[in-house]
Design a protein around this ligand. Structure first.
Ligand SMILES: [Fe+2]
Length: 178
């Protein structure tokens, strides 16, 4: 289950109800998938073949199609990152810049861990959302944010897009970011 850290105060919010309530107030979609459906032989595997990726997409096909029907996504894929990803450090450096997109950025974490840093309301400021398998999150369009890995540097996630071009990052130089 996701946990929140408010960066200005270091306050940590945990527990399903508290996390859901906080994210709802911040207009961040948060849902949770049942990970029992994840193919057992792909657990803890972070170098995935196209066939492996398709098996994961097939396992969660009803959840993906449900999200797509509700929210207008047209295409989806699997992204995986780990220390075996070529140029991982360069990629992470590029990721760790505050930016926005003209469509929402939705990720369903199905392996490893990840963290979204999101700009909240004026009274909250930036907050971290620490994500684990089963967590589904969507950063609203035009909301400053970035995504990065946690210490284990491993993730497998489903991405959904309304149109792939909508996900072009626009950098934000925000003096309020800390
Ligand atoms: Fe983004």
């Amino acid at each position: 289950m996701a946990e929140i850290v408010i960066r200005n105060t270091n306050e940590r919010i945990s527990g399903e109800e508290n996390v859901r309530e906080f994210l709802k107030k911040q207009e961040v979609l948060y849902e949770h998938w049942n990970m029992d459906k994840f193919p057992a032989d792909l657990q803890e595997k972070f170098q995935l073949s196209d066939e492996d990726k398709q098996r994961i997409l097939d396992a969660f096909d009803p959840e993906i199609r449900d999200l797509a029907a509700r929210r207008g996504y047209k295409i989806w894929d699997i992204i995986t990152l780990s220390e075996s990803t070529p140029n991982l450090e360069d990629l992470l450096q590029k990721f760790e810049e505050v930016h926005t997109h003209s469509e929402d950025e939705i990720r369903a974490i199905v392996g490893g861990k990840g963290i979204f840093i999101i700009k909240g309301s004026e009274d909250v400021g930036y907050f971290n959302v620490e994500l684990e398998p089963g967590d589904v999150i969507s950063v609203p369009e035009n909301t400053p944010h970035f995504f990065t890995l946690m210490d284990n540097k491993q993730i497998v996630a489903v991405r959904l897009f309304i149109e792939e071009n909508g996900w072009i990052a626009t950098p934000v130089a925000d003096p309020q970011f800390q």
